[in-house]
Design a protein around this ligand. Structure first.
Ligand code: NAG
Ligand code: NAG
Ligand code: NAG
Ligand code: NAG
Ligand code: NAG
Ligand code: NAG
Ligand code: NAG
Length: 488
């Protein structure tokens, strides 16, 4: 019996080392309204989404969404498709674990007693929270709306949600954004190291003003209309100052519409058929015109055939490497950062060069020297016919292959720490890990041997029933099963 207990203790130990415990408690069903005093924490048994609040149609839900396996975001989902329409914007993600909680004390607050407040609506006077049947999360004080998620969009706009100059849609990877200017809509890319501000503009759609003129000094706003277009307006009663029609323009579609800034930098429009989302709009139709369609140091050819700027490298799933070039920073650093080699490639062009700044220079040599002598410059593209020199102040992304060999590219490639060193460190790390495992196994073995030979009673009896002791007593073969499960 004692030997049995010891074996179980070991198994339990192993189990706790290899996986997190999964309590089988169930969460209460989501309600339609939250009131003062509400609090809820993430349920360890929930694999992906834990609903907390559902709208009257049952189509939308606010809840904890599991991300990176053990973290969470507070999100609004379209339940039939599990598409995220909104997430609370936190600088850090809370852990999917006990002290994390969502509470409502007038403000809806996502917090953890150790870390503090991750996110709050900062609405001390709120008295209830609900989710509208258009997916808008609302905090109200009596009849007055004091906060709504529609004012703080994430990467998505739904029908009739106003998007104004104060907000931005940001792609889930944080690289791309959509913003409004005084008379246009812009898409911006902010690659590692590209400083402050929204980054490089790569698509600019200026209002056509076909039906109404823009009154200067008055801000514009954007609305996704049920008729199948993105409209720019200055006032709700007047006609739009601009219309970007979708493929289903002026058609009645079966379900809701949404637009999203995608992780590839495009702005896509979709409608719901009742069982799937259909794409009916893309702001950028030619994939080579996206800022990074073939990844860093990639080259996009007709038909979106990807290759590498360095013709000795084969384009793979990891793009064109080396990975150091996706790290933030520039070449101004004091140590390894400023080591780079030069890669030249002709017949290349920037995908959105008409939106980029340039300097006129007399020769390709002058253009290259201007970039070579400037530690914030990552590369330059020179057009011999126009004399335009485009300098890139962010890590090189994808260029477009053109037949014109007088368009010449000059690119800095970080040399990094080198493969040899990485290998050596990895080897050392693995060696240390292996050593530690050996020592651990040895200690365990010795301990077991001692327990066995001395006939010392098991942990359970000794401790008078510590944490979870009762549970492992009749595990037997089940312990092995749960270990297998954890290893999936
Ligand atoms: C979801 O919304 C659609 C309209 O888009 C509606 O027809 C449907 O009844 C809703 N589903 C539920 C469960 O209410
Ligand atoms: C609500 O809780 C937050 C976070 O704990 C706190 O900062 C805030 O003062 C509370 N508000 C009220 C009205 O108690
Ligand atoms: C949503 O709620 C409004 C009232 O707030 C109602 O008129 C409308 O029919 C509802 N839509 C759906 C799809 O349930
Ligand atoms: C909307 O714009 C029109 C023309 O620019 C103007 O006459 C009208 O007063 C505006 N309405 C509102 C509510 O601002
Ligand atoms: C790669 O490009 C260089 C110069 O741009 C050229 O000399 C070389 O032949 C090319 N190699 C291959 C395999 O295409
Ligand atoms: C270096 O290049 C950046 C753009 O890459 C430019 O803004 C800056 O003015 C340049 N500095 C000098 C000294 O030329
Ligand atoms: C660039 O243009 C100049 C004349 O403007 C010409 O002499 C030179 O050969 C061209 N260089 C290339 C690489 O085409």
């Amino acid at each position: 019996m004692d030997r049995h207990n010891n074996k179980h203790l070991l198994l339990l130990l192993l189990q706790q080392l290899t996986c997190t415990s999964r309590a089988a408690e169930s969460s209460p069903p989501p309600s339609n309204e939250l009131h003062i005093g509400f609090r809820a924490g993430p349920n360890p048994a929930v694999e992906s989404f834990q609903p907390l609040l559902t709208d009257s149609s049952g189509n939308y839900s606010l809840g904890f969404l599991r991300v990176n396996r053990n973290q969470l975001s507070l999100s609004v989902l379209h339940l039939p498709s599990s598409v995220t329409l909104w997430s609370a914007s936190t600088t850090r993600l809370p852990r999917w674990a006990d002290p994390t909680q969502l509470s409502f004390n007038g403000s809806l607050v996502l917090s953890d007693p150790h870390t503090g407040v991750f996110w709050s609506t900062k609405t001390p006077s709120g008295d209830r929270v609900w989710l509208s049947n258009t997916s808008n999360l609302i905090v109200a004080d009596g009849p007055t709306l004091v906060w709504q998620s529609f004012d703080f969009p994430t990467d998505t706009l739904v029908e009739n949600q106003n998007f104004d100059t104060a907000t931005a849609l940001v792609s889930s990877n944080g690289v791309y954004s959509m913003r409004l200017g005084p008379d246009h809509m812009g898409l911006y890319a902010k690659f590692a190291g590209s400083g402050t501000g929204p980054g490089q503009i790569y698509l600019k759609h200026t209002a056509m003003e076909a039906k109404a003129d823009i009154v200067e000094g008055q801000p514009i706003y954007l609305v996704l209309k049920s008729d199948g277009y993105l409209g720019m307006f200055q006032n709700g009663s007047g006609p739009p100052v601009d219309v970007q029609p979708f493929n289903t323009f002026q058609q009645i579609v079966p379900g809701i519409r949404r637009v999203r800034v995608e992780p590839d930098g495009n702005l896509n429009g979709y409608y719901w058929t009742g069982s799937s989302w259909v794409l009916d709009y893309q702001a950028i139709s030619d994939p080579c015109e996206l800022p990074s369609s073939c990844g860093p140091y990639g080259l996009c050819g007709p038909g979106k055939v990807c290759s590498c700027l360095d013709n000795r490298t084969v384009h793979g799933s990891g793009g064109c490497g080396p990975p150091e070039n996706q790290n933030p920073g520039d070449f101004c650093g004091a140590y390894d950062n400023n080591r780079f080699r030069i890669l030249r490639r002709s017949g290349v062009e920037l995908p959105f060069k008409e939106l980029m700044g340039y300097k006129k220079m007399a020769s390709v040599e002058l253009c290259e020297a201007a970039c070579g002598g400037n530690c914030t410059c990552w590369g330059a593209v020179y057009s011999n016919s126009s004399g335009f020199c485009y300098m890139l102040d962010y890590p090189i992304q994808t260029l477009v292959a053109v037949g014109d060999e007088t368009k010449m590219g000059y690119f800095k490639v970080r040399e990094g720490v080198g493969k040899k060193n990485v290998g050596a460190w990895l080897g050392l790390g693995l060696g240390l890990l292996f050593g530690a495992v050996l020592v651990f196994v040895g200690v365990l073995g010795l301990g077991w041997y001692k327990l066995k030979s001395r006939g010392v009673k098991g942990y359970a009896e000794e401790d008078g029933g510590g944490v979870g002791v009762g549970a492992y007593k009749d595990l037997g073969a089940a312990s092995f099963r749960s270990i297998e499960l954890c290893e999936r």
